[in-house]
Design a protein around this ligand. Structure first.
Ligand SMILES: Nc1nc2c(ncn2[C@@H]2O[C@H](COP(=O)(O)OP(=O)(O)OP(=O)(O)O)[C@@H](O)[C@H]2O)c(=O)[nH]1
Ligand SMILES: [Mg+2]
Length: 297
């Protein structure tokens, strides 16, 4: 498997801007993909965001395993971080997020009061990997859409301040990754969830690896979705499982040969928009593999 890397110049620039902007905000909202709360966390944030409070926002909760999301929330909270699960697209959990922001701002307000100064709006920087839903989140907080969104990584390029009511100001920022993924599984999960540009990885390879994950963690959903009848689902070559998916969808070319590339695209697209099921790919640290994720288990 070739190494997946994606750190284009605009991300390096966005990161430098972030290092400036952290100085003028009161806190950061780190928008994570709830399916991969760990893999979508940029390790550089540890340093860049360190001096101010952080709220972890697990977005796209509609696509993640609900039980796992609960566990991830308590994982973050136990580490002293704010943590809220939302579905920015359907504006679910947004009120909780506003509450968490105001709560996190309490010490700031107390400080202003002690100095005899008036309250000002809380300023929060919205950061995260590409395509996690930062702009959608901001739009869900204002009556009229202000930030451009799109289902591909790298939609937001410049930065943008948005005022939410009287009390909150949010800064939208472009999604940033980091120069090197330490683990292949991280790169794979970022690619599978749509955080990495499709131009830098092999669709077929990523689909195969995701399919291998799905047969282990969501066999029932996989079989149901594609009406698979493979008694040896777990043991046969994963290429054969993909071929069975293609066949069941009628993706056949000349001579009845399965169109592999097209099948790979279909599988990844359906995984991404939750058609196969709700899955959390990242396990909690320290939890045994077979205990984690997958609604079917
Ligand atoms: N299912 C689901 N989709 C969502 C949710 N939030 C956002 N999306 C979709 O995810 C895609 C990316 O959303 P954006 O808001 O553009 O993401 P972003 O983080 O601003 O992306 P960049 O600007 O590229 O870094 C869009 O197609 C959104 O409609 C959610 O809670 N659930
Ligand atoms: Mg954006």
């Amino acid at each position: 498997m070739t190494v997946i890397q994606w750190y284009p110049g605009h991300m390096a620039k966005a990161r430098r801007l972030m290092e400036e902007d952290i100085k003028i905000v009161d806190m950061s909202l780190v928008v994570l993909d709830a399916r991969i709360p760990l893999s979508s966390y940029n390790p550089d944030f540890d340093r860049i965001l360190a001096k101010k409070p952080v709220i972890m926002v697990l977005n796209k909760q509609d696509l993640a395993n609900a039980e796992m999301t609960k566990r991830w929330l308590s994982y973050f909270r136990k580490r002293g971080l704010g943590a809220v699960a939302i579905n920015a697209q359907q504006t679910q959990g947004i009120k909780d997020l506003e509450k968490a922001i105001m709560q996190t701002a309490e010490p700031l307000f107390a400080e202003l009061e002690a100095k005899g100064r008036r309250r000002r709006p809380v300023r929060a920087m919205v950061v995260g990997s590409p395509n996690t839903g930062k702009s959608t989140l901001i739009n869900s907080l204002v009556p009229k859409a202000v930030s451009k969104t799109g289902n591909k990584p790298g939609v937001t390029r410049g930065k943008q301040w948005v005022r939410i009511g009287e009390q909150i100001e949010l800064l939208d920022t472009p999604g940033v990754l980091w120069p090197k993924f330490e683990q292949h599984s991280v790169a794979l999960r970022l690619a599978a969830t749509g955080a990495i540009s499709e131009t830098v990885y092999d669709y077929y390879q990523v689909a195969l690896e995701m399919l291998d994950w799905l047969r282990k963690h969501g066999a029932a959903q996989l079989m149901a979705r594609y009406k698979l009848n493979l008694p040896d689902l777990q043991t046969c070559p994963v290429e054969e499982v993909l071929a069975a998916v293609g066949k069941s969808r009628g993706l056949l070319g000349a001579g009845g040969v399965v169109r592999e590339e097209e099948t790979a695209r279909l599988l990844l697209a359906e995984f991404r928009n939750g058609k196969i099921g709700r899955f959390t790919l990242d396990e909690l640290p320290g939890v045994k593999k077979d205990k984690a994720e997958g609604d079917a288990e």
